[in-house]
Design a protein around this ligand. Structure first.
Ligand code: SAH
Length: 394
């Protein structure tokens, strides 16, 4: 019997259905479980708590699969996958949306397993030893439940090292996805690359926020900072923006943004692509007294770990402050942080400090987060990472 016995009193988080067990909470391991194998979890007093995956290389030694005595195998995984897919139907996700996160790891009861659908292709991302151990089973069930042309793996994640796993990228089943895949998102069209795009190809988590930006853009002069492949820019332009300026430091991302805007039938005089460091570009606009009616700040993660919160906070404050100074009265700011280590309230405080330094009064109109195909299970609040504010300059 492969068992993990917890230290006295260390079962509290497991009792609250939190899926992570850290090495410091473990008293004893029996039966020599291998990498990713299923173990029974018991309290110090011998009470059965459920089953999880063994990650001997990681500080997070066990990720719970289940808090009941269900057998962990194909039937269990099929149930979890079917539940997850059933959730992503209308009204949660629109019927015409073809870029969808189908499985979101812990939030769908499958720690370490993420799967996205882009049109006829599926992409899997596996970040833990447990999910890797069951990879073939998970992929076989997934492609049965979701008919598709091919399944591609994008497990090029540095966190895999901590699990004792190398990177793994390539076709898992079926046809190799074409270099560019087109998706529909609430009436917008985007081309993306499963093989080389950020994350698994696209920032699906911003879908609802893109739609919101679209609905606020009519006749506005828009600045899309950290535009990547034009997610927000396309939304603004299809929403009737007068003009959109896209800023990104990546030439290839802007080239794709250009194609994405044209894919939506928008004319060339409606947008400007600028390959630039946003921190410099914002200062230059300020010097030139260039103002906008709507600004989007969707930067990469400035906080990668708990230790970087202060440094990240300064970077967020800097761009927010300057962006506020570039807004016309009545202008909208859509500002985001995708750093899980940055608490919502801290982010709001940073934005408030930025407003003071900018000398602007800003009114928060909406609190924003990730789209509903990135749900958060109440016992695992860590599943929430994206936060944003829609604010108006008075
Ligand atoms: N808003 C996008 C996602 C942004 S991802 C969407 O909805 O799809 C972050 C982007 O910031 C990347 O494209 C990266 O190239 C760019 N980036 C990172 N640091 C930058 C900097 N200092 N200046 C300009 N762009 C930067």
């Amino acid at each position: 019997m492969k068992q993990v016995i917890l230290k006295q009193g260390r079962e509290k988080s497991v009792k609250r259905l939190h899926p992570w067990i850290f090495s410091g909470a473990i008293q004893k391991v029996t039966g020599s479980p291998g990498l990713g194998e299923t173990v029974e979890v018991l309290t110090a007093g011998g009470l059965f708590m459920g089953r999880g995956a063994w990650s001997p290389e990681s500080q997070m030694s066990v990720r719970m699969w289940s808090f009941t005595d269900t057998e962990i195998g194909p039937d269990f995984f099929r149930r979890k996958i079917e539940e997850a897919i059933a959730l992503r139907k209308p009204p949660v996700i629109g019927a015409d949306t073809t870029g969808i996160r189908l499985i979101y790891s812990e939030s769908d009861g499958l720690p370490g397993f993420t799967a996205d659908r882009y049109g006829d292709y599926l992409v899997c991302q596996i970040s833990t030893a447990g999910a890797d151990y069951w990879k073939d089973t998970l992929v076989a069930i997934l492609r049965e439940v979701v008919p598709c042309k091919g399944v591609f793996e994008r497990s090029d994640l540095s966190v895999r090292k901590k699990e004792g796993l190398g990177e793994s990228v390539g076709l898992l089943w079926g046809e190799e996805p074409p270099e560019v895949i087109e998706i529909n998102e609430e009436g917008r069209k985007y081309g993306l690359s499963i093989q080389t795009g950020h994350k698994t190809g696209f920032y699906l988590d911003q879908r609802d926020n893109r739609s919101l930006v679209g609905s606020c853009s009519r006749e506005r002069d828009v600045l899309d900072c950290f535009s990547y492949t034009g997610g927000f820019a396309v939304a603004a332009l299809t929403g009737g923006a007068r003009h959109v300026t896209l800023l990104d430091s990546s030439g290839p991302a802007l080239a794709r943004a250009d194609l994405n805007i044209r894919l939506n039938g928008l004319s060339e005089d409606k947008y400007t692509l600028v390959e630039v460091d946003v921190f410099h570009a914002l200062r230059k606009f300020r010097t030139d007294n260039r103002l906008f009616d709507l600004i989007i700040l969707d930067p990469p993660k400035f906080v990668e770990s708990r230790h970087q919160v202060d440094k990240g906070a300064r970077a967020y404050k800097d761009i927010n402050m300057i962006a506020m100074q570039l807004l016309k009265p009545g202008g909208f700011l859509f500002t985001f942080s995708c750093s899980g280590h940055m608490e919502d309230l801290l982010f709001q405080k940073i934005v408030a400090d930025a407003a003071i330094d900018a000398g602007r009064e800003m009114k928060i109109l909406r609190w924003l987060s990730q789209a509903p195909d990135h749900p958060v299970i109440t016992s695992f609040p860590e599943g929430k990472y994206l936060k944003g504010l829609m604010a108006m300059a008075t």
